[in-house]
Design a protein around this ligand. Structure first.
Ligand code: CUA
Length: 155
């Protein structure tokens, strides 16, 4: 009798926990609009070096205090390696890889993403304080992986 009771309790709990999980996932997708990141654009990795804006990597001002930083990742460097912006700038990074999957993590910010050949990643942040932020490749990409880094200098 007692064993049957506990069995029923656990059966009911299993259904309740499962239902709670499904409702949470359903609500986050349908109500809160949570979704996996999708590429901002696509680009052919074979011709990316000739395709705007990746044919001219670097920083450009798109509005007062707003910049776009175009970075092309290759084994095993970022082009460009260094970006200099004034304090208070809002910078949108537009990035992709010309060969294998690389990573991009910008120290001291929330920017962290994967650079996947064929997909364009955009991430935006504002630099409120002067200083240096190292960015590194955090996805193993071959023998030169550990040499793949660059920096954002806020001046
Ligand atoms: Cu690029 Cu690791």
């Amino acid at each position: 009798m007692k064993v049957e009771f506990y069995e029923k309790v656990f059966l009911v709990l299993t259904v309740v926990v499962l239902a709670a999980g499904l409702i949470t996932i359903g609500a986050s997708v349908l109500v809160a609009g949570v979704h996996v990141p999708s590429p901002a654009a696509r680009v052919d990795p074979r011709t990316v070096a000739q395709t705007p804006p990746f044919d001219q990597p670097g920083l450009r001002e798109i509005a007062p205090g707003k910049y776009e930083a175009v970075i092309l990742a290759r084994a095993w460097f970022y082009d460009p390696k260094e970006i200099r912006v004034p304090v208070g700038s809002t910078v949108t990074f537009k990035m992709t890889s010309a060969d294998v999957v690389h990573g991009f993590e910008l120290e001291g910010t929330t920017l962290n993403g994967m650079l996947i050949p064929g997909q364009v990643l955009t991430m935006t942040t504002t630099f409120e304080e002067p200083g240096e932020h190292l960015f590194i490749c955090h996805e193993y990409c071959g023998v030169g992986h550990h040499t793949m880094f660059g920096r954002v200098v806020v001046e």
